[in-house]
Design a protein around this ligand. Structure first.
Ligand SMILES: [Zn+2]
Length: 69
């Protein structure tokens, strides 16, 4: 079966952190992400991922994939 996984274009990863996560997005903007939920469902984290062309699949929470470009 062909999937983004065996094409090496997706990853299943569980993300969590304590306190404030500081992440630099693709545009070089430093973003601080705090307050629950401190996990992959955090909209600001999803937005930062999207700046790199990485999309989180809502129907399969740990699954992040490229946007096909
Ligand atoms: Zn997956």
């Amino acid at each position: 079966m062909v999937s983004r996984h065996n094409q090496k274009r997706s990853i299943d990863i569980t993300i969590a952190w304590f306190g404030t996560l500081t992440i630099t997005d693709f545009d070089g903007v430093s973003r601080k992400i705090s307050a629950d939920p401190r996990n992959g469902s955090k909209p600001q984290l999803i937005e930062a991922g999207r700046s790199f062309g990485v999309i989180r699949l809502v129907s399969d929470p740990p699954h992040w994939l490229d946007d096909g470009h």
